[in-house]
Structures are given as C-alpha cells and as structure tokens.
Design a binder for this molecule. Structure first.
Ligand SMILES: [Zn+2]
Length: 237
C-alpha cells in the first residue's frame, strides 16, 4: 500500500510527485510521474501485429490516412489506461507531453517531417468542462522533439457527439460524421502539406479519419495519424 495514494491532502502533493503515478514506487532521478518499469510494461505496436494490420487495411480502403503511427497498446488495467484516464480527468499535463515526445522520437526515427501537428479537438463544451484538451499536450510534446509547429485551431469540432465508448465501428463513423471543419484561416498552412494528426487513444480510427477528411478537403497532401495508444482488437475483429 502506498501512502501517497491513501492520503488525499494537497500537502502530500510532494510525495505524489516523487512516486510513480501507476505503481506508487519511488521515482528515480530523471523519471517524471511514471517509473521506467511501468513504461517498459507497455506493449509497443509492431507493424506485423494483427491489430495494426487491420487498422492499416481500414485506412487504405478509406484512402484518407496515409501513414499510421501508434505507440502502445491500450489494455485494461495497464499503465496506459490509468494514464489516459488521468489525462482526461486530472490535470496531469506532463504525461501528455511525455507521450508526445515519444511520438516525436518515433517520427524522427522514421524520418517523417511535416508542416503541422494538429491535435484532435474536443468540442467546446467538453474543453470548458475540463479546461484543456489532452491531445493538445501530446501535440506539444511532438513539436518539442520534432520542431514541427502545432496548429491547435486548424480543425474545429462543430458537432456535439455522444461518447463513443459503447459504439461499434459503424456507429462511431455515423456519430462522428461532419463533426469537424477545417478553419479557413489555416488553409495556406495546410494546402499541399504533410500534416500530422495526433490523438491520445485510437480505437476504430473513425475520428482521426473524419479529421483527415476535412484536412484533405482543405488541400492537405498527406495525412499521418499518430497516437499514444491503440485499442487492441480481438482476433475476431
Ligand atoms: Zn511505476
């Protein structure tokens, strides 16, 4: 039992900051929020994995997303789940940036350059409730490593969509249709350019495809979808 997790007192923030968010172990120098053991417990997405192959086929068939770079599998009870939860419901912004930096490093390894990084936007109501958009922090981390500028306003969410947790792929597609518009003011920065769209977790890919669609309609040459997490598909998917 970890003391920091049992005492809900702001005075204990100090202890909270020095222990791993997921396992509660003490952090070593150079570790921030999550310990090295927890980071290494994540399962990286590999190109020949079943889930990745299914997603690539889906994206190729739709013809919008040109490249797909997810980092880790999003599995129940694993660190990434508590991390994603904390990104959504607590203001632990350093996590998002750290994840973004890892995406940035992956892009660099693949020699991928782009003109802009665009975070998946929340609708205004949710952003007001939360006060921030977690994907924006991830985008900032990507930018920090790659030097590619973030355009947080380039795509706006114009439709309030119901939460997608219990929807299947087809229902998600319908739910998210026409939910975004590309902001005219950024058209020049997007037209004929390679654009990276970043999300925290990709499940069916319908949201990122919808964003890719409005960006391509706005003239984007190539869309790279990147995410910290990818929901693992069952073999029956
Ligand atoms: Zn840990």
């Amino acid at each position: 039992m970890n003391l920091a997790n049992t005492i809900l007192d702001p005075i204990n923030d100090f202890f909270f900051l020095t222990t791993c968010f997921h396992c509660g172990n003490r952090l070593s120098d150079g570790e921030s929020r999550v310990c090295a053991t927890c980071w290494s417990s994540l399962t990286p997405v590999r190109n020949d994995d079943f889930t990745y192959q299914v997603m690539i086929k889906r994206f190729q068939d739709a013809g919008i997303i040109d490249e797909f770079i997810p980092l880790y599998y999003f599995e129940k009870g694993k660190m990434l789940q508590s991390l994603a939860h904390s990104l959504k419901y607590e203001e632990i912004t350093s996590f998002g940036k750290e994840l973004g930096e890892k995406i940035g490093a992956a892009l660099k390894t693949k020699n991928i350059t782009a003109a802009a990084v665009i975070p998946v936007p929340l609708n205004k109501r949710k952003e007001r409730e939360r006060g921030y958009n977690q994907s924006e922090f991830i985008a900032e981390g990507v930018s920090r490593v790659t030097g590619i500028p973030v355009l947080p306003q380039a795509v706006r969410r114009v439709k309030y969509t119901v939460t997608q947790t219990h929807l299947n792929a087809e229902e998600r597609k319908e739910n998210i249709a026409d939910a975004f518009i590309a902001d005219e003011r950024y058209k020049e920065k997007i037209a004929n350019k390679v654009v990276i769209v970043v999300d925290d977790i990709i499940t069916t890919g319908s949201t990122i495809q919808e964003i890719g669609k409005v960006l391509k309609d706005a003239g984007a040459k190539k869309i790279i979808a990147a995410s910290a997490g990818l929901a693992k598909l069952g073999e029956d998917a």
